[in-house]
Ligand binder design. Structure first.
Ligand code: UD1
Ligand code: CA
Length: 486
């Protein structure tokens, strides 16, 4: 998996934040995620075209992380898909967040800044991580916790501040017994994101104990330990608390998706793309769209789709991993793995399948399916056709209901059609077969043999006219009526 653009996060293709020699970022991902009720691990559920875990990884990289360490469960089921973009640490048993960080100890050096965050907070912005590290280093703190003040702080650990404003400790609230009535009134919460001095973190982790309501090793418990060693522990409040929304179940996934989608829309609109109705438009995070393109309602641009400037996509178009050139039009169409050139017209009601290349100025019209075929510049397949495994030259026109019979039940065969060819309506091309340049077919032909350059292929039964048929039929019917019912 490559790690690239995401929402308003900078793309590896067009970085907007200069890479600085930044902190080590440790992402905790070894928890169970049971509340998703899914056979798929929580952090592999997709969010706008990328797995949940990809988002914090991309944010960390965009923030200039010197390395990203994923703390994964036994066997490393999640981190594997990131290849050498990340380092992996394995936590053998989920004994708590402090134990998870301990699992990554081998990747942490004394003297470097370490940012720890959870894998299920996909909306975190790189700017926030940069600012957290900056404040932390500027203040010379041992730990700086990113906090947020929430209307509804239920489920979060609450931040207990000392009279001088520094952070004393966090009280957990997931299981009853950790927090007092008074502490439950606190609305400032631990977002689960911290900056640490590496050496101080490693030393404090060794002293964390599991004498709490859940019997777990809590990461925030390093804070009072650091204070006892006369080290500074700060809280840095996040102005926009939606950034740290965590995904614990599918309800939260949908809420987070709406915010991520809005960010993606805004990025494109500010870059000059018209999105007529954002509410009905789905655009995945890696999609690229040129200026002055127009996205009409009920359109989905998925995966690695790219759209050139001035193109009009939709209404009702689905593009998956499609590459569309400039000033193309795609209306009411389903396009997957296809290349659509400049000024090409597609639809309404067209289906383009993988391996399809429509070259400049070509057209695929109404009720047409194209698979694994190359349509030359300016060529047209206007109506009611299936074209599979074909190579078609320039300036060719395939008449309505031209069909390639590309599959003999065992193997696929190719059809080759030259330039300036005109097939008439209802032509069946039985592959493998070749139509030379400037050839024609007669309507209703089943073409099984090659047609040489400049020739007309006629392959249909000869017509026989039966003279006087209507007259004889009328007489037969009259005779039957005269005979009357028996
Ligand atoms: C944690 C914090 C809480 C904070 C909240 C913010 C602790 C004890 N509590 O609670 O103060 O308000 O996050 O969202 O840290 N994980 C592991 N291994 C483990 C346990 C967890 O890798 O043994 C990972 C999980 O996959 C998850 C992250 O750590 O990505 C946080 O764990 P979670 O159980 O969700 O913590 P919270 O109860 O949300
Ligand atoms: Ca959580």
């Amino acid at each position: 998996m490559t790690v690239a653009a995401c929402g308003d996060l900078p793309s590896t293709r067009s970085p907007t934040i200069p890479a600085v020699s930044g902190p080590v970022v440790v992402i905790l991902a070894a928890g169970q995620g049971t509340r998703m009720r899914s056979a798929t691990p929580k952090l592999l559920h997709p969010l706008c075209g990328r797995p949940l875990l990809w988002w914090p990884v991309a944010a960390a990289q965009a923030a200039g992380a010197s390395k990203v360490v994923i703390v994964d469960g036994p066997g490393g089921p999640l981190a594997g898909s990131f290849g050498d973009q990340v380092e992996t640490a394995i936590q053998e048993q989920p004994l708590g967040t402090a134990d998870a960080v301990k699992a990554a100890a081998g990747h942490i050096d004394h003297g470097e800044t370490v940012i720890v965050l959870a894998g299920d907070v996909p909306l975190l912005r790189p700017e926030t991580l940069i600012e957290l590290a900056r404040v932390h280093e500027h203040e010379g703190a041992a730990a700086t916790m990113l906090t947020a003040v929430l209307e509804d702080p239920r489920g979060y650990g609450r931040v207990v501040r000392a009279p001088d404003g520094t952070v004393e400790r966090v009280v957990e609230t997931k299981a009853s017994g950790d927090a007092s009535e008074l502490e439950l009134l606190i609305r400032e919460v631990n977002t689960g994101v911290f900056a640490f001095d590496g050496g101080a973190l490693l030393e404090a982790l060794a002293h964390v104990r599991s004498d709490n309501a859940q019997g777990e090793l809590y990461l925030p418990d390093v804070l009072p330990i650091l204070r006892r060693h006369e080290r500074t522990v700060l809280g840095h409040e996040l102005p926009d608390p939606t950034e740290t929304l965590g995904v614990n179940d599918r309800v939260a996934l949908a809420e987070v998706r709406a915010i991520a989608q809005r960010r993606i829309h805004e990025r494109h609109m500010l870059a000059g793309v018209t999105i007529v109705d954002p509410a009905s438009t789905v655009i995945d995070v890696d999609v690229e769209i040129g200026a002055d393109a127009e996205i009409e309602p009920f359109t989905s641009l998925r995966g690695t789709t790219t759209v050139g400037s001035g193109s009009v996509i939709g209404p009702n178009a689905t593009l998956i991993d499609a590459a569309v050139g400039e000033r193309a039009t795609i209306v009411h169409a389903y396009v997957t793995g296809a290349e659509v050139g400049d000024r090409v017209s597609v639809g309404p009601f067209a289906y383009l399948r993988p391996g399809t290349i429509l070259r400049e100025g070509s057209k695929v019209g109404t009720f047409v399916e194209v698979k694994n075929s190359d349509l030359g510049a300016g060529s047209k397949i206007p109506h009611l056709s299936y074209i599979g495994d074909a190579d078609i030259g320039e300036g060719t026109n395939l008449g309505a209901s031209t069909i390639t019979a590309n599959y003999d039940g065992y193997r696929k065969h190719r059809t080759t059609i030259g330039a300036r060819v005109k097939t008439s309506v209802d032509t069946t091309l039985v592959a493998p077969v070749k139509l030379g340049d400037d050839t024609y077919t007669a309507a209703g032909s089943v073409i099984t043999k090659d047609i040489p350059e400049g020739a007309l292929g006629v392959a249909r039964a000869h017509q026989r006219n039966v003279e006087g048929y209507a007259e004889r039929r009328r007489e037969r019917e009259q005779a039957a009526r005269d005979g009357g019912p028996q």
